[in-house]
Design a protein around this ligand. Structure first.
Ligand code: SF4
Length: 252
């Protein structure tokens, strides 16, 4: 699979998303530069070069770009913070989310605000404040054990998956709809072996999310010898999770 180009502006799309329908994207990361705390094996933006930047858009730039876009764009299902890496790395993330909520309320009051995040910053108060303002914060958890986390998400900062699980479990009751997203990976590296799935389910029981969104890769990554998981493997994970009352939805 070849990587997709990085976003060159603050607003992009609408893009068609299996999980979010027609989604207008907000990129809070620098234009044309990937900034993330992870370097996931399956990242369609390619290798992470930087975990920080001094080139984030200001809240007023985000507001102006969103207002312009909402004046032109047609029907949408979601407005989504995503873009070139990890949105919560924006140093004023809570301020930006608050400003975007106001724009949404003025221009499209019925359209929910979503976030796609790797959950690496959920210990920070400014991030937790922002999560409470969102309609659908979708937070990554690809594994419940440190070894799989290191191999698949390849964190670039000192961070254990146990810390993420603890942070997410503390969000329970604090935010409207805590959604967990999990990418199932197969091939030379996988998080679908029984021992991995058991630990992932154990983590989810602790987090107690509103929904778990399970999906797999769209294409193989030949360079790493990883592939989309077969439907039978995904179905087995869903069955195991539902047996433990985990509200998992499979997106294929
Ligand atoms: S967290 Fe998202 S943006 Fe960051 S490396 Fe992983 S897939 Fe890419």
């Amino acid at each position: 699979m070849s990587h997709i180009p990085l976003q060159k502006g603050i607003i992009y799309g609408p893009v068609s998303s299996k999980r979010l329908g027609r989604s207008l994207g907000i990129n809070l990361l620098p234009r044309g530069q990937k900034v993330c705390t992870f370097n996931c094996v399956y990242c369609f933006y390619g290798k992470t070069i930087s975990v920080d930047s001094s080139d984030f858009p200001s809240p007023s730039q985000v507001v102006e770009a969103l207002e312009n876009s909402l004046n032109r764009v047609g029907e949408i299902d979601y407005i989504t913070f995503a873009g070139n890496g990890e949105p919560t790395l924006h140093p004023c993330f809570d301020e930006v989310v608050s400003a975007v909520v106001e724009v949404r309320n003025k221009f499209r009051p019925k359209i929910p605000l979503a976030l796609l995040s790797n959950a690496s910053r959920t210990a920070e108060e400014r991030v937790r404040r922002a999560l409470k303002m969102l309609d659908l914060p979708v937070l990554k958890l690809d594994s419940g054990d440190e070894e799989t986390f290191e191999k698949i998400n390849r964190p670039l900062i000192p961070l254990k998956v146990s810390e993420i699980i603890e942070n997410l479990s503390q969000l329970k009751g604090e935010i409207k709809k805590l959604v967990v997203q999990t990418v199932a990976v197969c091939g030379a590296l996988t998080n679908t072996q029984d021992k991995c799935v058991t630990k992932w389910i154990h983590a989810l029981k602790k987090i107690d999310p509103y929904q778990v969104q399970l999906y797999t890769l769209d294409n193989p990554f030949d360079s790493l010898n990883i592939t989309p998981c077969p439907f039978s493997s995904l179905e087995r994970i869903v069955a195991l999770a539902r047996k433990e009352a985990i509200p998992v939805t499979l997106y294929i």
